[in-house]
Design a binder for this molecule. Structure first.
Ligand SMILES: [Zn+2]
Length: 273
């Protein structure tokens, strides 16, 4: 599933191909994915210029003068920039055409979304899907303090508090496991009992882990943007994620797996307390 780093790498990959470019056509090959597509999208966007791209959580935003196109990659979606006229395959649902190139949204499992938010409906940050999102972790100077204050009185496990997304966005299952390992915090610790000092270490770990994933993804950008149809999310080497029974890379203890909120959590019983 695309996590924040993949979405950010996708944004950086498409940005030079779409920013400042005029939409010359929109092709919708079905009525919708997770939700219906705006049926008037071709009329709304054809002839309009993409002024900028942005990302909020896992939503990609294409900003126009008269509103914002929101794209969510869902469970299996990806965007590629391809030469105009390239024949669509079975799971290619939306093309946004820019003259000699097009941006194609492919989504085999169809949990993705393409939505329009008109400027006249208010600030995009107040969109129903965005307004309850937590802070963006990258570049947030007071992330540790927000984590600390946001979890006072919460008995939920720290791993669950991270995944909930209401304090901080983008710390999905993989990155929650990895950043808890790096900050030596046991994933089942009650969030409200983690000290300020430990949240400082956790905040730094979250930022480091996400930045490293984005940097790694940057080197595989061709997979996202290549015209050869290659795609796929980058594989990384992890400290604990998906390593049940394997030796901890720090202390050689056996990595354990537990289930929290129906998601697998991986941790080192010796390094994380
Ligand atoms: Zn260990």
């Amino acid at each position: 599933m695309p996590e924040l780093p993949e979405v950010e790498v996708t944004r950086r990959g498409i940005a030079p191909h779409v920013e400042g470019r005029t939409v010359t056509g929109i092709v919708l090959r079905r009525d919708g994915l997770r939700w219906p597509f705006p049926p008037d999208l071709p009329a709304l966007l054809t002839g309009q210029v993409v002024r900028s791209t942005a990302r909020r959580g896992k939503y990609l935003l294409l900003n126009f003068d008269h509103g914002t196109l929101l794209i969510h990659l869902g469970m299996s979606g990806h965007l590629r920039v391809l030469p105009a006229g390239l024949a669509a395959q079975k799971h290619d649902h939306v093309d946004i055409e820019f003259g000699a190139e097009l941006m194609r949204f492919t989504d085999p499992r169809r949990f993705g979304a393409v939505l329009w938010h008109a400027q006249t409906d208010g600030d995009i940050e107040q969109h129903l899907l965005l307004r309850s999102l937590g802070v963006e972790p990258l570049g947030c100077a007071d992330l540790a303090e927000r984590l600390y204050r946001g979890t006072r009185g919460r008995s939920a496990a720290i791993k669950q508090a991270l995944l909930a997304g209401d304090i901080v966005v983008g710390v999905g299952n993989i990155y929650a496991c990895e950043s808890l390992f790096e900050s030596a915090i046991h994933p089942a610790t009650a969030a409200g009992r983690v000290s300020r000092e430990r949240y400082a270490r956790l905040a730094a770990a979250i930022q480091r882990v996400l930045a490293a994933a984005i940097a790694k993804g940057g080197s595989s950008l061709r997979d996202f943007i290549g015209a050869d149809g290659a795609s796929g999310y980058f594989q990384q080497s992890y400290f604990v994620y998906d390593r049940e029974g394997e030796p901890c890379r720090h202390c050689s203890a056996s990595v354990r797996r537990i289930v929290q909120g129906q998601r697998s959590t991986f941790y080192c019983p010796r390094c994380q307390r």
